[in-house]
Ligand binder design. Structure first.
Ligand SMILES: [Zn+2]
Length: 279
């Protein structure tokens, strides 16, 4: 490639607005990098700076306001391989849903859904990495399985949004829930709040298909101590598939959930621990 032809091509690629979301490669489904790859120093520095207590709120706020295009080095690197990164089933080491979005929306004002960076990548890599060693083997298996389902569901929703205005999804295993959502065709990825609503609706399906309801309480308490309540969705979804024989100090998990909602500032694990009479 001559410098001249590269200059010409690069100039053409400075403007793009391609709303067609190509499918991810099967090989990346189940990996945190599916959502985002920390190519940007700004992202890495933010995650390193924030303290444990405020980390989730900080990363969420950061993901909403962050403009990845301000990193000229990374932008040039991605632009240089734009044609590769926008292909369906791309297996390039720089591909992520986030980088793929960036390469399809250049100078058009669209921003990648904050979910890709915040809940998607940050939760997956940071929270997941800390949580995993504390879990039993069954809990570890659940974490891997739920992650796979989360991303497979995301692919399913994006694919449906390429075909029409409705997204409907049922759990892979019978009885783990379903949802329907109206989203104008091609718009799912373009509105950060709509995308977040969609993604959160897929969480109960993925958590339960991953086998959450089969886990024992010590694993459950550790897992529930992580995600903020809004990301769990409607608790009745979980209660419906729960083994009714499982009780927490004479209370059902549903009672525990009510107690948590009544005391929302309290971390979930602390409340469950109190219900169980644990320290
Ligand atoms: Zn655009």
């Amino acid at each position: 490639m001559t410098p001249r032809s590269y200059m010409k091509r690069a100039r053409v690629e400075r403007t793009a607005c391609d709303v067609h979301v190509p499918p991810a490669a099967d090989s990346i489904i189940g990996h945190c990098e599916y959502y985002y790859r920390p190519l940007q120093c700004e992202y890495t520095e933010t995650v390193e700076k924030v303290t444990a207590g405020s980390v989730w709120a900080t990363v969420k706020a950061f993901a909403t306001s962050w403009d990845p295009w301000t990193d000229k080095g990374v932008s040039a690197r991605l632009l240089h391989q734009r044609q590769t990164l926008i292909q369906p089933d791309c297996t390039d080491s720089d591909w992520s849903r986030h980088s793929n979005f960036m390469m399809r929306h250049i100078g058009c004002g669209h921003k990648p859904p904050a979910y890709y960076v915040s809940y998607g990548y940050f939760y997956c890599s940071n929270y997941g990495a800390k949580l995993k060693p504390t879990l039993s083997q069954a809990g570890k298996d659940w974490l891997d399985s739920a992650r796979w389902y989360l991303q497979a569901n995301m692919e399913d929703g994006l694919k449906q949004n390429m075909k029409g205005n409705n997204i409907q999804m049922s759990s892979a295993k019978p009885g783990n829930g379903s949802f329907k959502m109206t989203v104008p065709q091609y718009k799912l990825e373009l509105d950060s709040d709509t995308f977040k609503s969609f993604a959160f609706k897929t969480h109960p399906l993925a958590y339960l298909d991953g086998g959450l309801a089969d886990l024992q309480l010590p694993d459950m308490m550790k897992i529930m101590g992580g995600p903020a309540l809004e990301e769990w969705g409607d608790w009745r979804t979980y209660e419906q598939v729960w083994d009714s024989g499982k009780v927490v100090a004479g209370k059902t998990i549903g009672d525990a959930w009510d107690a948590i909602n009544a005391d929302i500032a309290d971390p979930v694990s602390t409340t469950l621990g109190r219900l169980m009479g644990a320290k």
